[in-house]
Design a binder for this molecule. Structure first.
Ligand code: GLY
Length: 393
């Protein structure tokens, strides 16, 4: 090929790349903000003193939940993130309004979901305002969560329900609640919180993962000996299948534990989980997983956009720690682009106030199948926030 021909081809190639970039379907922060304003208008109409936060839809109606529901902190968290992204006082005001009614949860020791509820809401509120009232609520919440730790098992107990089935159930989702404990250790100087978090992460790494680095959902322990009694699923297709959101919680959890400990064992664990997810033959090209990687009717199975958003947000963070960072960044960008496309992103007026469509809560329980879920929206917005921190937005 002569030089001139080569130059012309190179110019055409560059022009195509530029065109592709300007055509990309990624939303701007302003567009997300406009959508979230519509969400606030819709949810303001629905909330009451008891039912304070949106969760999903059922039979064409919005499901609002009380403070004790595990999803109650996500919408307040979305509002705080929008405040961080825009610095507009409007968002601070509305975020405060949705956050304060969750305070009572700081004393609720009946669940492990403290981090989801309190750290996603008051945690973000504290980070952005340094209001000491929020700090006190968070410290008390960590204290309450720590009461669920059993040193003989080396884990925080997840659930108290289904006691006929499990003695001491620990679910992979529980990794997400450790962030509150790491925060409390730094804030109070009490090392106990960090020790509990690390021990939980180590025990989970040892017992929850299969050889292919996929995770079980539920591991049931003997509460006195700490022996594993059962490895089950609850929301997945089968005990031996890979429930998509479980893989997502694991990826996000170990990435966060590496951030907090700088222990390379946890980085390696996060990388192995990422490899399982990103190389799985059942992960579609758009990188939004079906609700379970082993769901039997793939490709005729519902998606789980919430798992995709959790995975995408985790990959943005992991990309900053790993030697494989470029690939993770590319995968996260692909997820964000897919979630921002009309296949997954809705007009919130038509989607009962939610941003994303096509998430799945618990297919085996015939619950929340192919619907909007508030935590999909939360991690979707966190993807924008994390991307903006990476300066690639
Ligand atoms: N933590 C509950 C769920 O992921 O559905």
């Amino acid at each position: 090929m002569n030089k001139i021909k080569f130059l012309i081809l190179a110019l055409i190639f560059c022009a195509c790349s530029i065109k592709k970039d300007t055509n990309n379907t990624m939303l701007t922060i302003n567009e997300v903000e406009e959508k979230l304003k519509v969400s606030v208008d819709i949810f303001d109409e629905e909330r009451s003193e008891k039912f304070i936060s949106p969760r999903s839809i059922e039979d064409d109606s919005i499901i609002m939940v009380p403070a004790k529901d595990w999803t109650s902190g996500f919408f307040p968290g979305e509002l705080w993130m929008m405040y961080e992204l825009t610095k507009d006082e409007f968002w601070k005001e509305v975020a405060t309004k949705y956050t304060l009614p969750l305070e009572q949860e700081k004393l609720n020791g009946k669940t492990h979901d403290m981090g989801f509820k309190v750290y996603c809401s008051f945690g973000k509120a504290w980070e952005l305002t340094k209001n000491p009232q929020y700090r006190d609520i968070l410290v008390q919440s960590a204290k309450t969560l720590a009461t669920r730790f059993n040193p003989s098992v080396g884990c925080i107990r997840s659930w108290d329900h289904n006691s006929d089935k499990w003695d001491y159930p620990v679910i992979i989702d529980n990794m997400m609640n450790l962030e509150l404990l790491f925060w409390a250790a730094k804030e109070t100087g009490n090392k106990m919180y960090k020790e509990i978090a690390i021990r939980h992460a180590q025990t989970t790494m040892q017992n929850h993962f299969r050889e292919d680095h996929s995770t079980y959902h539920v591991v049931d322990y003997h509460p006195e000996t700490g022996q594993v009694e059962n490895r089950h699923t609850h929301q997945g297709y089968a005990h031996e299948s890979a429930w998509s959101r479980g893989q997502a919680w694991g990826l996000y959890g170990y990435t966060m534990v590496f951030r907090e400990t700088q222990d390379s064992v946890f980085l390696a664990q996060a990388e192995k989980i990422a490899s399982f997810i990103l190389n799985h033959p059942n992960l579609p090209e758009h990188k939004i997983p079906y609700w379970d990687f082993n769901a039997p009717e793939i490709p005729n199975e519902p998606y789980d956009a919430s798992a995709a958003a959790v995975i995408g947000s985790a990959l943005y963070e992991l990309s900053t720690y790993s030697n494989n960072g470029e690939a993770y960044l590319k995968a996260a960008d692909k997820i964000l682009e897919s979630l921002s496309s009309p296949e997954f992103l809705a007009d919130p007026i038509k989607n009962h106030g939610f941003l994303l469509m096509h998430s799945t809560g618990s297919k085996p329980h015939h619950s929340e199948i192919d619907v909007p879920l508030v935590y999909a929206d939360y991690y979707f917005i966190e993807m924008f926030l994390r991307k903006s921190h990476l300066n690639t937005l």
